[in-house]
Design a protein around this ligand. Structure first.
Ligand SMILES: O=C1O[C@H](COP(=O)(O)O)[C@@H](O)[C@H](O)[C@H]1O
Length: 245
């Protein structure tokens, strides 16, 4: 039995679960996502998953990759992507290919956000056309968070932050220009993420716990909110926060 604490914080729109260690978190999150995808396949013949990149999800991806579900009926896409080709060490698609789409999960279909184009805006239009054909809504989406409170590629200093945080944005994929992002980005839109049947936030370490708690407790409204708080508040159901020290 994993030593974990679960705090119901429905008033703040999230369920907090703290794990004793990162391996226990990875195994439990992999079980939840696998169960969610299997139920979707049973219900509608398909499973649809969006995952984040960065440095946090590696253990989770490794655990999920071996879960014995009907991966040939699953489509995997990205919550967000750096505007770089898969050959780049910055590519979230490369991380997913190397750590998630192997073992049993190698049978899944992958739908990238990155497309070779003159700009992230042009790439977003290309991605929009491909992703429009996928079996929306997402059955599961797993968010990460930076220490600046960004999630997906909703960066606090993004040029178009109001559009990125718009819970009614009609787009599927949006380009992002933000000085702090390192490079132009591509991100799923707010309603596509909050429309997921199972929406999780996977964060690790004391610093990110403090950033999350401060974001949720801050006495501010509107676009001064940290983006992670905007997502929590836009979600029609409590976001499942998975944290380990
Ligand atoms: O740039 C990104 O940052 C976030 C957080 O990454 P982490 O390395 O702190 O886990 C990530 O969720 C997102 O997918 C990525 O593009």
């Amino acid at each position: 039995m994993t030593a974990q604490e679960t705090a119901q914080a429905a008033t703040q729109g999230y369920d907090w679960t703290a794990f004793s260690d990162r391996e226990a978190l990875a195994e439990t999150l992999a079980d939840r996502v696998a169960e969610t995808l299997s139920a979707a396949i049973e219900r509608r013949g398909a499973g649809f998953l969006a995952v984040s990149g960065g440095t946090t999800p590696g253990r989770f991806f490794a655990a999920l990759s071996s879960r014995p579900i009907a991966w040939d009926k699953v489509t995997v896409t990205l919550v967000d992507e750096r505007f770089v080709p898969p050959s780049s060490p910055r590519s979230n698609a490369a991380l997913v290919a190397d750590t998630l789409l192997r073992n049993a999960a190698s049978a899944a279909r992958f739908a990238p956000l990155y497309h070779a184009a003159d700009s992230a805006a042009d790439a977003a239009i290309a991605a929009e056309a491909e992703l429009a054909t996928l079996p929306w809504p997402l059955d599961a989406a797993v968010l990460g968070m930076g220490t600046d409170g960004h999630t997906a590629s909703f960066f606090p200093d993004a040029d178009t932050l109001p559009d990125l945080l718009d819970p009614h944005n009609a787009r599927i994929v949006l380009p992002v220009e933000a000085a702090s992002a390192g490079e132009p980005r591509l991100t799923l839109s707010m309603p596509r993420l909050t429309g997921a049947g199972f929406l999780a936030l996977h964060i690790e370490g004391a610093e990110k716990r403090a950033v999350f708690e401060a974001a949720m407790q801050a006495a501010i409204q509107g676009d001064d909110r940290k983006p992670i708080r905007a997502v929590i508040e836009a979600s029609p159901r409590p976001v499942n926060v998975f944290w380990a020290p």
